[in-house]
Design a protein around this ligand. Structure first.
Ligand SMILES: [Zn+2]
Length: 340
């Protein structure tokens, strides 16, 4: 379920050392998704709370009582604020009431950070530290706070009580209240080197032969590439996808959930726009792409995909939605293809 807190991906080790050197009490870790904001935030929290850090002010040891408590998700001085779906996905327990409401189907797990959870966090921030090494509030993804939740957090950030520190991790920091951003020290995660990312994927049991292609399909984001690998995305199928879609072959997207299919088509649309402007494609190999259609057709398609993305989580009928998506892709890709 959980990995030892001291096994950080190689491209996050240097950022962690930098963060620990600077000793801020409220950090906002930002950058594109899939490069490790959450992992870095957790490693920072673990280092702050560790009873025997590797060196003074260094990374967490990974074996003291505090590190162990984080590993098993029961640290009394760490408060994790996430949408319930993210907590479930990342193996964090929900509070009893929330869990029983969801088990009893009274409501679905939330996709936002709930006001109730924020109230608990404010209470947590005011209590004394249980293990004597201060307390940490970790918020991820921070852009999933609504205005009410964000304002509650803001009050606590403005008047920090005693020994509490904050680490907010965001994949869309521009969506945060400016007042929240200005209360935190900002830190932008660096992109991992391709070789580093491929080596890491190989260490996660992704076949070496697949790593480069999956990384490309994920736009260079290693954790997204790993998610693709684990969801059974075949690199071969990915490379065949553009031409299959332009033939109207629904099978090309058949093993993807509607939301995932929309993202795949957005990647294809992005690459065709890039190629149309004389730039390199990002997600597909240039040789696998059909000729770029007219840029107006692509712009229309891109807009329509953005609209589809808003309903794709709860489609009326998943099969029909896939058919509609492929049909539109096909007509776009076959509309007045540009002469080479
Ligand atoms: Zn430790």
């Amino acid at each position: 379920m959980s990995e030892p807190v001291n096994t950080l991906t190689p491209w996050l080790r240097q950022p962690l050392a930098e963060l620990l050197r600077q000793r801020g009490h409220a950090w906002l870790l930002q950058g594109p998704s899939g490069i490790g904001q959450y992992e870095l935030a957790l490693a920072l929290a673990a280092a702050w709370l560790c009873e025997q850090p590797v060196e003074e002010g260094g990374a967490a040891c990974g074996h003291c009582a505090s590190c162990h408590a984080i590993e098993v998700r029961t640290h009394a001085d760490l408060c994790v604020l996430m949408p319930e779906v993210a907590m479930q996905e990342l193996g964090w327990p929900l509070d009893e009431k929330a869990q029983s409401d969801i088990d009893d189907k009274k409501r679905k797990a939330s996709r936002e950070i709930r006001v109730e959870a924020m109230r608990d966090a404010v209470g947590f921030a005011q209590r004394t530290s249980a293990r004597g090494r201060g307390k940490v509030v970790l918020v991820y993804p921070a852009e999933r706070m609504n205005t009410i939740t964000a304002n509650a957090l803001l009050k606590t950030l403005e008047e920090p009580v005693g020994d509490v520190r904050f680490v907010l991790a965001s994949e869309a920091a521009w969506q945060l209240l400016p007042t929240i951003r200005s209360r935190c020290l900002g830190f932008t995660l660096p992109w991992p080197e391709t070789a580093e990312a491929e080596a890491w994927l190989a260490a996660q049991d992704v076949p070496v032969a697949d790593a480069a292609q999956l990384l490309r399909a994920a736009g260079g984001r290693p954790s997204d590439a790993l998610r693709l690998a684990r969801s059974g995305q075949s690199p071969k199928a990915w490379s065949l996808l553009p031409k299959a879609v332009s033939r109207g072959d629904v099978g090309a997207l058949a093993d993807q959930a509607p939301a995932q299919a929309v993202v795949s088509l957005q990647k294809l649309c992005h690459d065709l726009m890039a190629v149309g402007h004389g730039a390199e494609p990002r997600f597909f190999d240039a040789a696998d792409l059909p000729p770029a259609p007219h840029k107006l057709a692509l712009a229309r398609w891109s807009k329509s995909l953005a609209a589809a993305a808003r309903t794709a989580e709860h489609p009326f009928n998943a099969g029909l939605m896939l058919e509609a998506l492929v049909s539109e892709a096909r007509s776009t890709l076959n509309s007045a293809a540009r002469r080479p």
